[in-house]
Design a protein around this ligand. Structure first.
Ligand SMILES: Cc1cc2nc3c(=O)[nH]c(=O)nc-3n(C[C@H](O)[C@H](O)[C@H](O)COP(=O)(O)OP(=O)(O)OC[C@H]3O[C@@H](n4cnc5c(N)ncnc54)[C@H](O)[C@@H]3O)c2cc1C
Ligand code: SF4
Ligand code: SF4
Length: 1017
């Protein structure tokens, strides 16, 4: 019965076809009235084919249960079909325990209820999809916490933590997940649903006497315990971090025959968890951090024992391998200065009920240890330094893999030894790495002897795989020789092949028997933990990995000029599921794997494999997933490996639509710069069309624009017309080019006029290109890349004299400057002018900061929303510095993307809905909640439109805010200070316009055809 389904990558009969057990199962699941989602399509299966590991197996299908009853029905149907099953939370498992040829039940979307939180009893009852931080935040209201806090605490689930027996920084005070579980409600594959927990001998006997399936399980567990008790006591290492093997020790009488805890860490191989009762502990309300600096990581390891004697609540470490990688990626700006002298560091946190208590502990420890000859420096961090040093530590995994610089793989990532021997273990481990010529980054839970080490394994060649296997075996022997554990917190998954080295064959047989008690049909996550697949099979890459090198518009210079390499960037850590910041707005709204950066990256990876995703560039599953991508570039800015889905989406769409007509909105919205140019001949007439109810509605319907959205009105005079009439000033001063983007030129010219005033005040002669130029930003959203490239070539040609002279180019619309700073050099990596333009293009605040411009004071409050491209590509630091110089009392919102993202949120249906939900997450409530005399500031045209449509406020551009300071001193008194800075009232058509009405209508048809012809491709 065991492991009928064994395969390397993909389902046994090819991932494109249905796996055994699947036939009819999908229909039956639907007929059974599952309230959640049932998805057996190729796209959904491809999405769940991997986790945060080197492994890949395409599942049979995916169920997204709404509640425990959905799980019960799913398991029953799978049982009837003999289909294996697997629970899933956030999918951040490191060893392949969360992918399998099985029906995957993803609890992370709906099953997120904290059913009960009892501060008196200090317990909480949760569904398996509850996020670790969700529980910790709820508990913190009572000064309590759930102790284990994996680095993924912002997105990992309690179900997954229970599955993997997770730990974290605060495991020093709280132990592993196993130590914090009181009871579980579980479901066996054969349909038994029951609550389990500690069981007295009396209760145990009674359950056995009652008989039935439950009695049988308990009887078998008791017999297993009795047979193996001595061996368990002898072979289980008594260390703070043992995550390897099943927790059979929890069945021992001294541990109260705790069936719940015995099931913690079973990785979906025994039961499905429907509900968990967790222990909560007091959360120290005051904390202080000591940072120790050492000559190297070995000295740091040697010091752990002495520090632990002082009772910290956390003791974490890292060395220059991490800070170096952070420097390489430009991510260590401020934080390095906060660290004390040295090349390796330990961060030691003390907690107390008062500031004095925490401080006193830190001070005493410092005095006791600073001169004992081990550290080279010690620092008692102030609160700002604490934030900085912990930011370095918590970024450990993120910077353990740097594409193009230090490409690492998981699998030997979390071994743990007794903390008192950590230094020597690390010395020997280093020798082993050297023997194989491997490198890694070191960071982790030094206080508990668990150090993370992602390693530069080669998993694509036969020799590389041979070394990989041989290294793992030697490393396992090494860790066991130190009395340690192969897994210190990541679980086993497919790495379980190494377990006999640690436990011996007899105990491994006990694990097999334990599994069989719960899962006699061997259908729970088969091939993981027990009777595992060989650790070098089911690889995401491997020796057969040879995806086609495809021709692309973007050249991907940072990915060895290969789209294939770009799709390998994402290594699955799941930070895109964090629910804050900018990445990833569509996931924040839908909570769907297919709408998160990782899911999209995985689908593109799968598309190149051609197994589960078979239609290549024309695949509808990939298209669907990318469709809800707002192209906000949040991932490019926030994903540690800069997975850049906005660019991949543009590339995909360009191929998807090759030699095909795009939908109407692509021509209506993607070509907006050309329509605007056309409309500028008669703005009143254009407004007549776009603002008169019946015509406007017809246009919206034709262009697939949401009826709820308004079409922005054209200004009576474009900015360029205004500038031409006014003429340049400061003729003897240095030149700067003000980029006249379509939106500020045609719809918000006052913004650009304000910028002229500001740049002239800064001492510049403003020049505005006469030619009709467009950065082409709207084209990228629809994959019109041939056309986009033409626009960029035109710009390079037109601006060449300025570019070669080094004249700075200042843009007001962040997404336009982002084209010059991002897409331009990706499309033309070998063009020197492109590179020059890339270096000479600034958003206004960057330029003003560079020139150290000192604006007059504007002492009032402001709420600031950063445009997503601004945050992702340019960063907001210059913007904040200018606002500080203005003297504004401002708050920068953690508002992510406004939701409109160019034209994306204008489209009716799902786009509009997601757009509004994204806006309503933070931005729109914050604007509504701001005092009416507070300024609302954002530089993006889309962001201003979203605010205008959904609130009674209008947002100003930075240029206008500085203009306000220049003109009005403190700005207009009273509420709605923006009123005076808004555009003129909309124009009615005049005589000339009316005359043009007929001609316009006739021309429109011709223009559509002409522009569409130029754009397609
Ligand atoms: C960047 C990064 C940092 C990490 N840092 C840490 C760390 O500091 N400490 C640490 O301990 N781990 C860490 N991990 C590993 C991982 O995040 C943890 O194991 C986490 O708890 C897994 O949660 P998840 O929701 O992603 O679970 P998943 O990966 O979805 O699932 C984990 C296991 O639980 C099983 N499972 C899920 N739901 C159920 C259910 N309802 N019933 C039965 N079984 C179920 C799955 O089948 C799987 O075997 C890290 C991982 C990454 C990517
Ligand atoms: S896209 Fe980035 S953040 Fe998301 S899982 Fe992949 S590597 Fe992690
Ligand atoms: S571009 Fe934005 S919406 Fe698209 S995947 Fe990245 S973060 Fe998500």
């Amino acid at each position: 019965m065991r492991n009928e389904i064994r395969n390397g990558g993909g389902s046994p009969d090819g991932a494109g076809r249905q796996a055994p057990g699947a036939l009819g199962l999908e229909d039956e699941l639907r007929e059974d009235g599952i309230r959640g989602e049932v998805r057996f399509d190729r796209g959904s299966r491809a999405l769940y084919a991997t986790d945060y590991s080197i492994y890949r197996q395409v599942p049979i299908g995916v169920v997204i249960p709404r509640d425990a009853d959905d799980i019960v029905k799913t398991v029953a149907a799978c049982r009837r079909h003999g289909a294996p099953i697997l629970g899933r939370g956030c999918g951040t498992s490191p060893n392949g325990q969360c992918c399998n040829v099985a029906v995957v039940m993803d609890c992370s979307k709906y099953m997120r209820e904290i059913i009960e939180l009892d501060p008196e009893k200090k317990i909480a009852c949760v569904e398996p999809g509850v996020i670790c931080d969700q529980l910790r935040d709820a508990a913190e209201e009572y000064d309590l916490t759930f102790g284990p806090d994996p680095a993924t605490h912002a997105f990992c689930t309690l179900g997954g933590m229970i599955g993997n027996n997770s730990c974290g920084n605060y495991s020093v005070m709280a132990g592993q997940t196993v130590d914090n579980i009181e009871e579980l409600e579980i479901l066996t594959y054969d349909g038994l649903r029951m609550r389990v927990g500690p069981t007295s001998e009396e209760a145990l006997e009674q359950i056995i006497q009652e008989g039935g399936r439950r009695g049988e399980i308990y009887r078998n567990l008791r017999d297993l315990r009795d047979r193996y008790a001595d061996l368990i006591r002898e072979r289980y290492p008594d260390i703070p971090r043992r995550c390897s093997g099943y927790n059979l020790n929890q069945l021992l009488p001294e541990n109260g025959f705790n069936v719940a805890r015995a099931l913690v860490g079973t990785e979906s191989t025994c039961v499905t968890v429907l509900e968990a009762t967790t222990r909560l502990i007091d959360s120290p309300q005051f904390r202080r951090t000591l940072a120790f600096g050492y000559k190297d990581r070995f000295d740091a390891g040697d010091h752990v024992k002495d520090i632990m004697a002082h009772g910290p609540i956390a003791l974490e470490g890292f060395d220059t391998t991490l800070t170096h990688n952070m420097e390489t990626t430009g991510s260590l700006a401020v934080d390095r200065e906060a660290l004390p002298e040295g090349d390796a560091w330990l961060l030691v946190e003390f907690g107390g009920d008062s500031e004095e208590e925490a401080l006193e502990q830190a001070r005493t420890t410092k005095e006791a240890l600073e001169y004992d000859g081990k550290p080279v420096s010690v620092k008692l961090c102030d609160p700002a330094e604490e934030l900085s040093v912990w930011a370095v530590r918590t970024a450990g995994v993120d910077y353990s893999n740097v594409p193009g610089a230090m490409e690492t793989e998981g699998t030997w990532e979390d071994a743990a030894v007794p903390p008192e021997v950590l230094g020597n273990y690390l010395r020997d481990f280093e020798k082993l790495l050297n023997k194989y010529g491997y490198y890694c980054v070191y960071y982790g839970h030094f206080g508990q002897g668990c150090v993370h080490t992602r390693i530069t394994f080669d998993l694509k060649t036969a020799n590389g795989l041979k070394n990989f296997r041989s290294f793992l075996e030697e490393a396992a022997h090494l860790v066991v020789s130190y009395g340690g554990s192969i897994a210190g917190e990541y679980g086993e998954g497919q790495r379980a092949e190494l377990l006999p080295i640690m436990f011996g064959d007899e105990l491994v047989e006990a694990f097999r028997e334990f599994k069989e008690i719960w899962d006699p049909d061997w259908k729970m996550n088969p091939g993981k933990v027990v009777d595992p697949y060989p650790l070098d099979t089911n690889l995401r890459t491997g020796v057969d990995y040879n995806p086609p090198q495809v021709e692309t518009h973007f050249k991907f210079p940072e990915d060895r000029h290969s789209f294939v390499v770009a799709t390998e960037r994402c290594f699955g850590i799941g930070r895109c599921r964090k629910g804050s910041g900018t990445m990833c707005p569509s996931y924040m709204v839908t909570r769907e794997e297919k709408h998160v950066t990782r899911g999209r990256a995985n689908l593109l990876f799968e598309m190149l494999q051609g197994e589960a995703i078979t239609d290549g560039w024309r695949d509808e599953h990939v298209k669907e997933s990318l469709d809800l991508c707002l192209a906000c570039k949040g991932c490019k800015g926030e994903c540690p490996v800069q997975t850049d889905i906005a660019t991949y989406k543009a590339e995909f769409l360009s191929h998807y639509y090759e030699r095909r007509l795009r939908p109407a909105n692509a021509y209506a919205l993607g070509l907006i710069p050309w329509w605007a140019r056309f409309a500028s001949r008669a703005p009143g007439l254009a407004n007549f069309f776009t603002q008169t109810a019946i015509l406007r509605d017809a246009m919206k319907a034709a262009a697939n624009i949401a009826p709820e959205r308004s079409i922005p009105a054209f200004a009576p005079k474009t900015f360029k017309q205004w500038f031409r009439e006014r003429g340049p000033r400061n003729l003897t001063k240095p030149s700067v080019i003000l980029w006249p983007d379509t939106f500020n030129n045609h719809f918000h010219p006052k913004t650009a006029q304000a910028a002229v005033e500001v740049l002239e005040d800064a001492g510049y002669r403003v020049e505005v290109p006469e030619q009709h130029l467009c950065c082409g930003r709207p084209l990228y959203d629809f994959g019109m890349l041939d056309f986009a490239k033409r626009q960029l070539r035109q710009i390079l040609e037109a601006l060449r004299p300025y570019i070669t002279e080094g004249v700075p180019i200042v843009g007001l619309e962040p997404s336009c400057i982002a084209v010059f700073r991002d897409e331009l050099t990706n499309l033309f990596p070998n063009d020197e002018d492109a590179r020059r333009l890339n270096n000479q293009a600034y958003v206004l605040s960057e330029f003003l900061e560079k020139e150290d411009y000192r604006p007059p004071k504007l002492e009032r409050k402001a709420v600031v929303h950063g445009h997503c491209h601004h945050k992702a590509i340019m960063g907001m630091s210059a913007e904040e510095k200018v606002l500080e110089k203005l003297g504004l009392d401002f708050e920068v919102l953690d508002s992510g993307c406004c939701g409109i993202a160019g034209s994306w949120g204008y489209e009716k249906g799902e786009h509009y809905d997601v757009s509004m939900k994204a806006g309503e997450r933070v931005l729109l409530p914050a604007v509504r909640g701001a005092d009416k005399d507070t300024l609302i500031l954002t530089n993006g045209f889309s962001c201003r439109s979203q605010i205008k449509e959904a609130t009674d406020r209008r947002a100003l551009h930075l240029a206008q805010v500085i203009q306000m300071a220049l003109r009005d001193g403190g700005g207009p008194p009273g509420d709605y200070p923006e009123c005076e800075y808004l555009e003129e009232k909309r124009l009615r058509p005049g005589l000339r316009d009316t005359a043009m009405l007929g001609a316009g209508a006739a021309l429109t048809g011709g223009a559509v055809a002409w522009i569409a012809k130029k754009a397609v491709g």
